[in-house]
Ligand binder design. Structure first.
Ligand SMILES: Nc1nc2c(ncn2[C@@H]2O[C@H](COP(=O)(O)OP(=O)(O)OP(=O)(O)O)[C@@H](O)[C@H]2O)c(=O)[nH]1
Ligand SMILES: [Mg+2]
Length: 386
């Protein structure tokens, strides 16, 4: 054999051995260079998930995500739970889950909010679950009730029409109060005002995986403003005129529209028509400075002035989602694949097998909502891949 051929064989041998050693010892290298991953990249990976994983440095160093730890760095953050006294058992289950899967090692505080005073039973049953600060707030009536300037005859006619159309919560005024409160007021409550970040939790939700990192710190460090675990289509009849108003607002205030925003996720024709995709807001981790800032303040005030929260049944989910898609850059919106989450009837279970194992998840990956026909995740993947 010629000398050059020997050298070539030697170099090839070294490269192959190195590849083999790295594939076996380095999980990320193995994943990135696996045949499945390479073929999906060649195909454009249209069906492959594209979550941006939380980097290893954010994981708690012991590797024991669920151990009790003294974590020295914390964000200025809180859990926010809006609940009725009758929701107590569901609230207990949610707090139990988030304490076990995340907060035991962090000690982030809780703010519970209600338009009626919390009962002693509610307070004592949730307080016993955690050593963290728990505060119980009363929502001022003008942040909750239907404003006097709403034309009640018109609002009633809207509700009756939705009842006839069998729209869920179509006849409920309290549901509308709740949606409007979650859209524009929770972050102004005196007990919430002192915090920048919040994690919204509802009664009777479940967290299926150990969350071995601090999502608030990840978001703060990476300049994120809004995060989600589930995205889906909205019922069109609940928001008949919302998009029309969004378009009007954008014309009135082009200065608030972010460059490189996520409008392309919600509209496939440059903003003309809304595709009804939104982030499911019963789970949210987000930056309240974004809601308190000039763009969202003006946006909420404008939407509220149209009466659409009462004449129709605008949800806080499309309102928050559309705002995040317009006023933030697309890279500031984050999908947390790692957070296994359930709000009846849907579950997000991590897409990646390694993430699922690392989080000791109790959910079934095959039941994850991500690529269900009603989910908007495939639009998100496609949009983020550009
Ligand atoms: N204090 C108070 N909280 C409410 C009221 N209505 C709803 N909530 C809370 O607001 C949040 C959203 O209400 P849900 O009834 O869960 O609404 P949803 O998630 O759209 O609908 P579901 O599919 O029924 O869960 C939950 O945290 C509820 O506990 C109310 O009238 N008063
Ligand atoms: Mg709910």
């Amino acid at each position: 054999m010629q000398t050059w051929a020997r050298y070539l064989l030697l170099v090839l041998g070294i490269v192959i051995s190195l590849h083999f050693i790295l594939s076996v010892t380095q999980e990320d290298y193995g994943r990135a260079t696996s045949l499945a991953s390479l073929t999906s990249q060649l195909k454009g990976g249209s069906k492959q998930p594209s979550p941006q994983p939380v980097p290893d440095d954010y994981y708690i160093p012991t590797g024991e995500a669920n151990s009790t730890l003294a974590v020295d760095r914390r964000a200025n953050a809180t859990f926010v739970i809006l609940a009725r006294n009758s929701d107590v058992s569901g609230a207990v289950r949610s707090v139990r889950d988030i304490e076990d899967r995340f907060n035991r090692g962090h000690g982030y505080p809780y703010v519970f909010l209600n338009e009626e005073p919390f009962s002693e039973e509610f307070k004592s049953r949730v307080s016993v679950l955690s050593g963290s600060l728990m505060e119980f707030g009363l929502i001022p009536p003008d942040h909750w009730n239907q404003p006097d300037w709403i034309d009640e005859d018109k609002a009633r006619a809207g509700r009756e029409k939705m009842v006839a159309d069998k729209i869920i919560y179509g006849g409920s005024v309290s549901y509308r109060n709740m949606c409007r409160f979650n859209s524009g007021f929770f972050f102004r409550h005196p007990l919430v005002q002192k915090y920048r970040w919040y994690w919204r939790i509802e009664p009777e939700v479940h967290f299926h995986c150990d969350i071995g990192f601090d999502p608030f710190l990840f978001m703060e460090d990476n300049n994120k403003v809004y995060s989600f675990t589930i995205t889906m289509y909205e019922f069109e009849k609940t928001i008949s005129t919302l998009w029309e108003h969004v378009r009007k607002f954008m014309k009135m205030h082009p200065e608030y529209v972010a460059e490189d925003n996520a409008m392309g996720f919600m509209s496939h024709d440059g903003g003309n028509k809304y595709n009804l995709c939104h982030f499911w807001s019963n789970f949210e981790i987000a930056d309240m400075d974004f809601w308190r800032g000039p763009a969202y303040t003006a946006f909420f005030e404008y939407l509220d002035s149209t009466g659409g929260f009462y004449y129709e049944r605008w949800g806080d989910a499309p309102v928050h989602s559309i705002a995040a898609a317009i006023f933030a850059k697309k890279d500031q919106i984050h999908f947390f694949d790692e957070i296994g989450y359930e709000h009846n009837p849907y579950i997000h279970c991590p897409q990646s097998k390694d993430t699922w194992k690392r989080g000791r998840c109790s959910c079934d990956q095959a039941k994850s909502f991500d690529y269900d026909g009603y989910s908007c995740m495939r639009h998100w993947d496609k949009f983020m891949k550009g």
